[in-house]
Design a binder for this molecule. Sequence first.
Ligand code: FAD
Length: 344
Amino acid sequence: MKTLSLAPLSLLLCLMLLTACQPAPTQTRIQGSTMGTYYAVTLSDPFPGGQVALQGEVDALLARLNQEISTYDPDSLISRFNRNAGKAPMPIPASMARIVRQGMDAGRLTRGKLDVTVGPLVNLWGFGPDKRPVKRPTAEQITQARERVGIDKLSLTPQGDHFLLGKSIPNLYLDLSTLGEGAASDEIARLLERKGVHNYLVEVAGAVRSKGHNDKGNPWRVAIVEPSDRQGAIEDVVTPNGMALSTAGSYRNYYELDGRRYSHIIDPATGEPVTHKLVSASVITPTALEADALDTALMVMGPEQAMAFATEHKLAVYLIEKTDLGFAARHTPEFAPYLVRSQP
Ligand code: FAD
């Protein structure tokens, strides 16, 4: 009698059982370039129409945002406002007004450390759409550029379903670059919520929105990277869980001229790039727009003033300073619950 070996059959059965027990992978991820940087969206809920529909809707949203606030696009609304030598207010949509309003509010809160009219100085130091300077700007050039700076020269007035954006000097230059990534992150999160997606991680460069859990049922984790050229070196890990995290730094966007390092963070009070030892500031707030505004302001303030400001306003803030011994990180008590190392 011929004996039938059960081994291959049982192996097949095991494999079938394993396949049946394992949930189908539900994570969807898209990524791409925008605003001179990158974005990535990861979902563990289904998106209506799947990955292709998600990519199409996110790309359309980002293209519209660029069309509104990119100073790198001469045809954008902001570029037309900046070119407009007259003082006649210009109609702008509510989506753009929200970003301008955040810039103005954060400007007042931080007593001008964040200033969305700082563009002439940003450009003078070679960090805008203009080219890098081949030599340091003169004191006279800095003074002239500073005369064009100040949010008191900017106005925003609601009118029906849109807003009027005005200026009190003809050559005012609005630069919302510092808020663009936060605005994009929030808008993508809003799109996902509208589509019934409640478990997601949205990253637009340093501006992150996360909610719910990943496909393994764990809260999303985000790294605060070491402010150095060491690829992948991690300083800490956080779970923003339902909140927004934004990080600003002076360690990636800089250049060296005559042996000195110039950062893209400009102090509107001096008209010059900052030179203190604070190299990274992370903020957690309900919206990425707010966090994106505050992290840059903290970078302008420097380590001591930034920590005093964060303490006064009870903000969840994480700062990294450069010291003679390496990097030193510290945070406010409000930031502690988000740190993975302090979680049970
Ligand atoms: P953040 O810390 O968030 O902001 C720093 C930036 O804010 C500086 O680079 C400067 O522009 C400005 N700033 C400096 N000091 C102050 C201050 N005191 N107050 C307020 N603002 C200040 N870059 C390209 O190279 N090519 C592109 O095509 C391009 N397109 C863009 C389109 C859009 C819609 C936006 C918003 C930005 C674009 N950028 C582009 C700019 C680029 O991505 C910027 O480097 C980025 O927006 C700055 O963000 P950050 O996270 O590097 O720094």
